[in-house]
Structure formats: C-alpha cells, structure tokens
Design a protein around this ligand. Structure first.
Ligand code: HEC
Length: 199
C-alpha cells in the first residue's frame, strides 16, 4: 500500500514538473512573442536562460528520483526476480506460462523447427521415432531400460536429445540439428503439449 501511494505521488510530482516545463516552453515559444516580438530581448535573456536551465535540471532530477525509484522498489519487492531485467520497469509474464504448453503453438514449432523432417505423425518410423502414440507409451532405450514417455521424458528428449536414446536409433542425429538447449523452455512445453495430442 505504502509503495503504491509513493508511486502515485511520485508520478504526480513528475507529471507536474514535466508539465511545468512543457507549459513554460509553449508560453515562451508561442504566447509571449505575440505581444513582445523581441522577446526575450537583451534584459530578459539571462532570466529566460536561467529559467530554461532550472526547469531542465528539475525535470532530469525528477525523472531520476521519481521515475527510477518506484521501478527499483517494484523490482526488489517482486518475488519473481527472474523477470527483472534492466530497470525492472517491465515485468515479463514468466509465471503466466505454467508447465502446460499450448498444442497449437507446438504444432507450428514442430514444422518451423524442422522436427517434421524426422518425426512423423502417422506412425511411420523415419529418421526418428514417430510421435503417434508416443505420449504415455513405454519407450525402450538403447541402454536396455524402459521408460514411460511422460511429459518430463518428452521435455528431456527435446532439451537434451542424447541423454536418453531410443533403442534402434543412433545418438547424435537429432542433437546435430537440435542443439542442446536451443529450444526454449516455453517452446518445449508447447511441443510436449502437441506430442500429447498425437494419440
Ligand atoms: C535430424 C533428425 C531429427 C530432428 C530434426 C529432430 N529429431 Fe527428435 N529424434 C531423432 C532421433 C534419431 C531420435 C531417437 C534417438 C534419441 O532418442 O535421441 C529422436 C528422439 C526424439 C524424441 C524421443 C522419442 C521417443 O520415441 O522416445 C522426442 C520427444 C523428439 N525426438 C522430439 C523432437 C522434437 C520436438 C524436434 C523438433 C524440435 C525433433 N525431435 C527434431 C531425430 C530428430
């Protein structure tokens, strides 16, 4: 509450000072010259320049004090520190992307990232295993283990293709195209959500 109140009063103060500067500039540029064409004239020049400098500095100081401080307190008060870049003025919506990705986005990524070249959706085995029926199935790995293809397994298979290699396939093929860590976490969530829909 206190921070919110401070921010509001800071915004008003900043608005007043910046507004004063703008009004001053408009008045001296448009209004006064109508009545005094020689404005500011020899006598008025010094006070006029002093006014300009004072307002200019006041605006700079106001921006520094009032615009900078709330942004910082906002950043330090925020619990999602991962999103605070630079001044912290922009709060990236990191928490709005939960574990569940968006299947339609995943379908686009499946094409745009080139997964389509190695993974079919119709059950035929290509350079890589098909995505059809993959989610939730038992996958035999080249080390003899069998794992359930849950979301965590799928995500890991995309993030680090060579960590677990499917039996009958070679390591290094997918990772040659999909570099480890090249696909972002959000993209992986979308891709996994898409694979989940391929029953
Ligand atoms: C150059 C071919 C190639 C490309 C491109 C490729 N993969 Fe693969 N992928 C493979 C091969 C080969 C395997 C099996 C070996 C392994 O497990 O690493 C595999 C395995 C997988 C697995 C585990 C499959 C299973 O049956 O357990 C998933 C999930 C997967 N890839 C997702 C993707 C996604 C998503 C993309 C696009 C971002 C992609 N792959 C791009 C070749 C490819």
């Amino acid at each position: 509450m206190l921070i919110a109140a401070l921010q509001t009063s800071h915004a008003i103060a900043l608005g007043l000072i910046a507004g004063a500067f703008i009004v001053f500039a408009l008045v001296v540029a448009l209004v006064i010259p109508r009545y005094r064409p020689d404005f500011p004239g020899e006598n008025g020049l010094k006070p006029f320049l002093a006014c300009c400098v004072v307002l200019f500095v006041a605006t700079l100081v106001a921006v520094e004090l009032f615009a900078g401080e709330p942004a910082e307190s906002e950043a330090s008060g925020s619990t999602e520190t991962t999103a605070t870049t630079g001044t912290g003025a922009t709060t990236a919506p990191t928490t709005t992307q939960p574990a569940g990705g968006i299947p339609t986005k995943g379908k686009e990524l499946y094409t745009s990232l080139g997964c389509v070249g190695c993974h079919s959706l119709d059950g035929t085995s290509g350079t890589g295993p098909t995505f059809k029926g993959l989610a939730g199935s038992q996958v035999k790995l080249s080390d003899g283990k069998t794992v359930t293809a849950d979301d965590a397994y799928l995500a890991k298979s995309i993030a680090d293709p060579d960590a677990q290699v499917v039996a009958g396939f070679q390591p290094g093929i997918m990772s040659a195209v999909i570099k480890q860590g090249a696909v972002s976490e959000a993209e992986i969530a979308d891709l996994v959500a898409f694979i989940d829909t391929q029953k």
